[in-house]
Design a protein around this ligand. Sequence first.
Ligand SMILES: [Zn+2]
Ligand SMILES: [Zn+2]
Ligand SMILES: [Zn+2]
Ligand SMILES: [Zn+2]
Ligand SMILES: [Zn+2]
Length: 562
Amino acid sequence: MQTKNCTTCEKEFVIRDEDIIFYEQMKSPHPLYCPDCRMQRRLAFRNERTLYKRPCDLCNTDGVSIYPPATTPFPVYCHTCWWSDKWDPRDFAMDYDSSRPFLEQFKELQAKVPRIALLVIDSVRCDYTNNAGENKDCYLIFAAENNEDCMYGRLVQRCKTSNDCAFIYDSELCYECIDCRQCFKCMYSEQCQSSSDLLFCYNMRDSQNCILCTNGRHMSNAILNVKYSKEEFEKKKNEILSSFENIEEAKKQFEELKNQSIVKYAFQNKCNDATGDYMYNCHEGVRLFDTSDAKNCSYMADSMDVKDSMDCNNFYIKCEFEYDMMGVLGGSKNKHGFYVMWCTNTEYCDSCYTSNDLFGCIRLNKESYSILNKKYEKEEYFKLRDQIIDSMKADGSYGQFFPPDMSPFGYNETLAKEYFKMERDVALDKGFRWQEKNTGTFGKETMPENTIPSSIATVTDAITSEILACNECGKNYKITRPEFEFYKRMNLPLPHKDFECRHQARMAKRNPRKLYPGKCMCEIENHLNHTGTKCEESFQTSYSPDRKEIVYCESCYNQEIA
Ligand SMILES: [Zn+2]
Ligand SMILES: [Zn+2]
Ligand SMILES: [Zn+2]
Ligand SMILES: [Zn+2]
Ligand SMILES: [Zn+2]
């Protein structure tokens, strides 16, 4: 084990023995900055949800893009044009100039090669989705696959008619749910599974018709964890949903309940020898967040079905031996790149597909042995690649991710801002870019907040032509027709915030991607694992020491709740 001081935040961080072996296997120098700063830098290359209207630079069709029209140096193409043979990324090939830093030359390539407007695969009527695939009739959902009729969500998988949800799987008719699986008609609920008709519930399993309940198992017709009749449940439900004010009151009550509840030190299931949070079936690894089915992986987030890799984000489908990547599907032995799909042996690449042995390339598909988009003979490629690596080692850039100013996005447009909040001046000071232009409009509202009907009952479809203003940031927003129909059907009052503020509020309810040393707070006598009256178990937890929840170790939690 070694310790080092992060060159970015100056904090001390640990390089474990396992890390050292991995860096040797990957032929990579040790990282210069800490795990948090590494993740922050990768995330600054991912704009999921800041969208701009702009036409395709090839066919001129109007569209939507993650790249703003005025400040993007490279052309932006619609999906059809980008994948067409109307242009050739080889036309932008550059010769390597050994007298100049490599990344400076890559930056020149970056400014020329066209980008795809949105990352969307096989979707139908989903113009406003990104980092998404196989969706039908969805609107403003991100990092989402196989959904139908969903709106305003992040990380929505295999869901139907569910709006304003985050990290929700296999669910239908849900609203404002976070970290839920197999739920039906649940609203304002968190960490629930295989349940239906829940309202303001936390960590329920196999339950139905519950309001303001926590940690319930096989519970039905309950309010505040107390059994009631079905009629009383319906009465209470209608009362809460009948007005915006009642919903706001219930939200407060729900936060109080969550604060007092017993929680497991980490949201994890079937994990062994792994630290992190929101994990499922992870083995041997540290600092895993929102990761499932991972073996021998560390410092990862938003990943699934991967092994023997480190420092990757948004990393899916049978990836192995990958290091320091953002946005990967399949492949192996890729380093320091983003949006690299089904590739092997690539380094410092961007948006490359089904290729092998690429160094510093952009938008190559089914190619090999290329540097700065120029093709070489195999032997020549390896010779030149090694020469470039030596030059990068000499200037200190090798083995680290692209510098933050090479991101095509402003920090405030990217996923980095959701996990590592930073003010404009600090971000600029640290070398990140900043988007000064605000999307959307302000001050154009036709309906002031105090005139929005409190109950959905009196709202007509005329609402879809009104312009509202967010009560938090002031940005204008509209109620779309499918959205209005959803609120009517679910008996939900209209929201008073725009979709971005609603999303940020949900993200704030999830635990941060941070780990603190913690100790089990259980004092229940007769627990099997206790030596004295108290439990002595310690762990790494995302619950900071100043939080109010009662944090239990796995064993105590299983004996009390499971
Ligand atoms: Zn750091
Ligand atoms: Zn086009
Ligand atoms: Zn807002
Ligand atoms: Zn315990
Ligand atoms: Zn205990």
